[in-house]
Design a binder for this molecule. Sequence first.
Ligand SMILES: Nc1ncnc2c1ncn2[C@@H]1O[C@H](COP(=O)(O)OP(=O)(O)OP(=O)(O)O)[C@@H](O)[C@H]1O
Ligand SMILES: [Mg+2]
Length: 268
Amino acid sequence: MTKIITISNQKGGVGKTTTAVNLSAALAQKGKKTLIVDCDPQANATTAIRINKSSLDYSLYHGLIGEAAISDIIQTTAMDNLMIAPSDVELIGFEVEMMAVKGREEILKKLLATLNENRQNSDIFDYLIIDCPPSLSLLTLNALTAADSVIIPLQSEFLALEGVGQLIKTIKLIKQSFNPSLKIEGILMTMFDKRTNLSRQVAQDAEGYFKDMLFKTKIPRSIKLGEAPSYGMPVITYDPSSIATQCYLELADELILREDSLTTRVGE
Ligand SMILES: Nc1ncnc2c1ncn2[C@@H]1O[C@H](COP(=O)(O)OP(=O)(O)OP(=O)(O)O)[C@@H](O)[C@H]1O
Ligand SMILES: [Mg+2]
């Protein structure tokens, strides 16, 4: 079974891409066959694992508009078990081009459903991790419609919780319409700095508000996490002994463990 997880928060710069890339790398390191689906026209996840966009024949955009099969799009990476469906800036066009198309919210879901076709059992993906743009756009709607669950990264800073209510409302609407089985996998505190009162206060508020929806693992503020993308590597290979590496591996463990048991159902 392939589990599809969307990383979403319409707020910009909260650690969506960092989490998509490094959680995927951590899952791959643990032997899980993982595909990053870069659903953001900014293509930060694509760049972060050193895919040269100018050399690509196809990106996710071509799959979404029916010009390429998913097998033509996906690329290997320097890590075993880790692959990517890369993005490119032309993905911006998807929003406008699909505006009047019937079933436009299901296009990614249908594309991903073809992924395991013609694959041997041992080649079937364990996880698809979808990185979203910072908006509640048609791309995000597609990502939430395609997913089994969603991880919401929350930056440990002032006003972090603002907007999350809106996102949860949107998730509930999608659950009532396009994707009845959508779950919230968990809320993830990112850029956590245990030395600051503010970080601790935001974490405390989030714990009070989200309770066991919050992942036990908090991602610390880490220079290594900021540096790794400029070397085209996940932090796991950039600095295997860093705390950031340890935390994303712990998050992967937590995810694998809570699979099916603790997953919180939206609206129940
Ligand atoms: N835990 C962290 N410690 C330090 N820097 C971080 C951490 N997480 C993310 N960053 C840095 O913060 C910036 C924003 O992170 P990231 O790109 O992951 O956010 P995002 O939510 O994907 O942004 P966008 O909304 O633009 O897609 C990046 O420069 C990233 O390297
Ligand atoms: Mg991003």
